[in-house]
Design a protein around this ligand. Sequence first.
Ligand code: NAD
Length: 478
Amino acid sequence: MAKMLIGGELVDAQGGKTIDVKNPANGEVVGSIPRGSTADVDAAVEAARKALPGWAATSGTKRAQLMHQAAIKMHEAVDEVAKLLALEQGKPLAHAKIEAARVAENLEYFAGLADKLRGDYVPLDDPAKFGITIRRPVGVVAAITPWNFPLTLFANKLCPALAAGCTVVLKPASTTPLATQRAIEAINSAGFPAGVINTLHGSGAEVGDALVGHPKVNKIAFTGQTETGKRIMQLAAKNVTRVTLELGGSDPMIVADDADVRRATAAAAIGRFFNAGQACLAVKRIYLFEKIAEEFMAKFTERATKEWKIGEQFAADTKMGPLHTEHQRAEVEAQVADAVKRGAKVLAGGKRPEGAEYAKGWFYPATVLTDVPEDSRMATEEVFGPAVPVFIVKDLDEAIVKANSSIYGLGSSIFTKDFAKARRAAEQLDAGYTWVNDIQVAYDQLPFGGAKQSGFGKEHGIEALESYTEKKSVVLAG
Ligand code: NAD
């Protein structure tokens, strides 16, 4: 059984309860975690608070050294962590390895910034005085992460927090805690002082709520559903705790009449079907100019049917594992059924795969739909699975209006050879990211975060550090 890391010790829940973790490919129990309660929340937050002054006062150079060492430890643990991730989450092992390795890369990136945080010199009107700004860590950070990319998403919070001198209480999703716990133990073995990094396991409603509402938490870094984000914002208001919210998305992809269609279909397929479509940044609505629509749909449908082999996560030829939970598959099925009932045509997929190997898991195939009503669930909600609606538009004006009609604003993309079209899309799409002729990959170096109901605040980039530090003004008089 996995444990929680609290104050440098690996511990069980104080109430002694546990939660089973299951393999989405066959429902088998693959491990268990402590089921934390409010007493465990208090213990974890107290440990983080106690460690804060020492960690905040540790030099940037020393923090960077420990983080570089942690990256080495994480690299050494990649195979073990990736196996746990594939087992509990359902993604193919090869993809789990990429994700585990990304944690080490993220540690390296922010280790490189830990000793470069600094303030400003500010001349004042009075010549006998001057102002400076200094950066202080915001304090104890509650990092709350979802199940779709559990490792990448905890790293996006832990790494800038550590670099800035904050201490952390990390609560992973209760269905994907094992890989996170193992990765944290590897990172912590680099020699971080007790209490700098803590983990807490349990249900969102129980430990999540208590953590968010805890008076000694200074910042909440949350990734998850928009509805949960709204609840967190409300709970955080009680103590005026600062929040960053990385929430749901429904990224539009525009394919113009002059696009390289082969390249666009390759990007759309990865953008939609990677991780069985369970990605926040993902191609979730496709807008095709009339001239290339038929060619795109034919090529894209072929990719969906032939290239995205479904299977269990450890088979070498699997490109798409099962969906993570029964609920998740039922949700996608209901969204597809709603569109079909209202006149949509299924170009690929659309029904569960048959065969004994799929009988016990939550498998669903790569699915492409056309003639989808624009007010149907597939067009207006986030589709968190491998299904995508394709729409036809007459020009860029219509494409941009429709792309922006969503309540979400996370990612977006355009495929075109026309620089003017690319520039308009970049300037006018309401989203935190626009890719031009490229697939939806978030880079460590570029700030990432949503607009509208996709949330606010940035992860990645130098900008991420800003939300883990507080700029303080100081006036110096002689
Ligand atoms: P979720 O909101 O159900 O859960 C996320 C985390 O919040 C889990 O750890 C959960 O236990 C916790 N939680 C649940 N209720 C809570 C509460 N009341 N108080 C505190 N914590 C609580 O999300 P999910 O289903 O695990 O993840 C999928 C969603 O995450 C999708 O909407 C997806 O788009 C979004 N997501 C966004 C990004 C991004 O960067 N914008 C990245 C990945 C996933």
